[in-house]
Design a binder for this molecule. Structure first.
Ligand code: 5AD
Ligand code: SF4
Length: 443
């Protein structure tokens, strides 16, 4: 028997990429690869990249440079670039970094075995097509190993919204939903392998509109309908979804947050800005008041829901008054979690043509925004003290006997008790709140 070749995959960016990296490992399993946790003894290194902000893309080039010594020590080592930088830059990557043997875009991962074979023959391999063949369909027949209790499941890819700052409609293409039947099949398979918590992924997940495949399944599935079907799977305990656009928060999805027991009380709903002037220039197609009204309706359906969002500061022409309106919106909503970024000009997007703000202004705004968000996050975390939550235990902690898991609200919770095991859902009373996690005791 041949000894397996070693594959090292490094993932940047979003959760979608985490899911894709798992699929790439499965795809290359067919070519005799097993995953390794270090690049040092790898036969192939794959970087699964992110193009969303400039710094994310630059990180890839500096990382690639660091593999030079490994390649000199082992001329058989193959280096590949996948993900959105691969899609956006294609051939340019090999020109800028001759160490690279393979470039593959997100729609072509099922073709990795053939691309890898080309590199073994000493050729460079490039595939950034949007192929006709269905990558999910090809990838789903790969052998699969048992796995931890929480998993991602991609249900939708791409985006038709064209926010003025965003590269996703260009790197990931138009919105495509996977058939509901296939998703349910994959979910059942994950549960059979030990998964208890599934996060449905899509760049615009709440715009999901997949079809069923059998006559009795109907042709028109919303995300809510998909969630209700997943709710029926025995052994699956928790359902989450990310990431959503406010304009696609349909009534049936809000109702599911009220009525569906397995749908967790956590919602990531990016707003980007609290200024109508900026929202309009960003092409977000909703106002700050509409967002606030939506939050009200979601909270009426599920009062304890923990809200999360994305913010961009320093979008072209943002004034201090616009920025203050973002702070006002944050004060009004109160977020338990948030991601915030300085605006980064992306070539090819409409906003790239507009005049940039001074970097010191952006940095100052980002710091003020993050101070407010951190304070809110901290207050919500502290308010959990004394409350009982359910914690799905995912892994051992650093201290002996300690386990770490997630609450319904996606807070990381540490519990020390030797009666606990991974995959179990424990009732826990929260006793402490740290920087980014809670501690608790079994009840
Ligand atoms: N600059 C800064 N942040 C951006 N995001 C997307 N594009 C840009 C950009 N050009 C942020 C948005 C989005 C998140 C995934 O990344 O907040 O919701
Ligand atoms: Fe980055 Fe967006 Fe691509 Fe994810 S989809 S890797 S966040 S650019």
């Amino acid at each position: 028997m041949n000894t397996p070749k070693k594959l090292f995959v490094k993932t940047y960016g979003c959760q979608m990429n985490v899911y894709d990296s798992e699929r790439m490992v499965e795809a290359l399993g067919v070519s005799g690869y097993v995953e390794t946790s270090t690049p040092d003894d790898a036969d192939m290194i794959l970087l699964n990249t992110c193009h969303i902000r400039e710094r994310a893309a630059e990180k890839v080039y500096s990382e690639l440079g660091r593999f030079r010594e490994l390649k000199e020590a082992n001329p058989d080592l193959k280096i590949g670039v996948a993900g959105c930088v691969a899609q956006a830059e294609g051939q340019e990557i090999m020109r800028r970094q001759p160490l690279v043997d393979l470039v593959v875009g997100p729609q072509s991962y099922h073709r990795l075995p053939a691309l890898e074979a080309r590199t073994r023959l000493g050729h460079k391999a490039l595939d950034t097509d949007f192929p006709e063949d269905d990558k999910f369909e090809t990838l789903r027949h790969r052998p699969k190993a048992p796995r931890g209790p929480a998993a991602f499941l991609t249900v939708q890819e791409g985006c038709d919204k064209f926010c003025a700052f965003c590269v996703v409609p260009y790197t990931r293409g138009a919105e495509v939903s996977r058939p509901a039947t296939r998703i349910l099949e994959e979910a059942r398979d994950l549960v059979a392998r030990g998964v208890r918590d599934i996060t449905l992924l899509g760049q615009n997940v709440n715009a999901y509109h997949g079809a069923g495949e059998r006559a009795d399944e109907g042709g028109d599935w919303s995300l809510a309908r998909l969630i209700w079907a997943l709710n029926e799977i025995d052994g699956l305990e928790r359902i989450r979804f990310t990431t959503s656009h406010p304009n696609d928060m349909a009534d049936d999805l809000i109702a599911a947050h009220r009525d569906c027991a397995k749908l967790m009380p956590y919602l990531h709903l990016p707003v980007q800005s609290g200024s109508d002037r900026m929202l309009k220039r960003m092409n977000r197609k909703h106002s700050a008041a509409e967002y606030l009204r939506l939050i009200e309706r979601i909270r009426a359906a599920r009062p304890d829901i923990l809200l999360s969002s994305d913010f961009i500061v320093g979008f072209p022409e943002e004034t201090e008054a616009d920025f203050q309106q973002t702070l006002d919106l944050i004060r009004e909503v109160k977020f338990g979690q948030a991601y915030s970024f300085k605006y980064s000009s992306r070539p090819g997007t409409p906003a790239a043509e507009r005049a940039q703000l001074d970097d010191t202004v952006m940095t100052d705004r980002l710091h003020r925004l993050q101070a407010l968000l951190t304070q809110q996050q901290r207050e919500i975390q502290d308010s959990m003290i004394g409350r009982k939550v359910s914690v799905l235990l995912e892994r051992a902690g650093r201290q002996t006997g300690q386990m770490v898991g997630k609450s319904e609200y996606l807070h990381a919770v540490h519990v020390t008790d030797d009666r606990l095991s991974i995959g179990q859902t424990a009732r826990v009373r929260i006793t402490g709140s740290g920087t980014n996690s809670l501690t608790g005791v079994l009840v």
